[in-house]
Ligand binder design. Structure first.
Ligand SMILES: Cc1cc2nc3c(=O)[nH]c(=O)nc-3n(C[C@H](O)[C@H](O)[C@H](O)COP(=O)(O)O)c2cc1C
Length: 177
């Protein structure tokens, strides 16, 4: 029996969880055993061969559960292959994707010991009708990029399914059985 890969996600509205599950499905199709778990419920990484971490960006920051996870598992993560993905941009404009990508890079720079084998940014999903109170306030601000923004879902499922396909081979060969 080989050790499983952990796909750990953080989410506020569920779109990152759906992406995490699609990534897990591709890894399974490639013959890997995979556990999908919310990051905040993981208190040990023992027994996993590799970790795929996914979380959305909110106001230029990676989800707080992702920061907690990276701090709590700082030591363990230096011993394992780590792949990272984030959800963010709500449009397909190059400039917007670049800005979100830079936001993620700035967040990851806070963890100099972290050397991901892969890092990817996917488009996100936005449902103004579902926003919690604090996010609704942000979206109402005329200066906010979310102001009067319609619902959107720019998750590219072809790209989301392709990314872990490339990763599977690497995770299989990098890590101990
Ligand atoms: C209040 C709010 C702030 C956001 N801020 C950012 C941001 O700074 N950068 C970004 O790329 N995406 C931002 N987004 C888009 C989210 O990352 C996107 O909606 C993502 O799919 C949400 O993931 P979740 O459903 O897993 O919580 C924001 C969304 C909301 C509602």
């Amino acid at each position: 029996m080989t050790a499983p890969v952990l796909v750990a996600y953080a989410t506020r509205y569920g779109s990152t969880q759906e992406v995490a599950e699609a990534i897990a499905a591709t890894l399974r199709e490639r013959g890997l055993e995979v556990d999908v778990q919310p990051m905040r419920e993981m208190h040990t990484l023992e027994g996993y061969r590799a970790v795929v971490l996914g979380a959305p960006l909110y106001i230029g920051r990676w989800h707080k559960d992702a920061h907690r996870f990276l701090l709590e598992h700082r030591e363990a993560l230096t011993q394992q292959s780590v792949a990272i993905f984030a959800l963010g941009p709500l449009g397909t404009d190059e400039q917007e994707i670049m800005e979100s990508s830079n936001e993620l890079d700035e967040e990851l720079e806070k963890y100099p010991g972290l050397t991901p084998v892969a890092r990817e940014m996917f488009g996100g999903k936005y449902e103004p009708a579902q926003l919690r109170f604090s996010d609704r306030l942000i979206a109402k601000l005329p200066a906010s990029p979310l102001h009067k923004m319609p619902a959107s879902d720019v998750r590219d499922w072809t790209a989301i399914r392709a990314w872990p396909g490339d990763l599977a081979q690497q995770l299989r060969s990098d890590s101990p059985e």
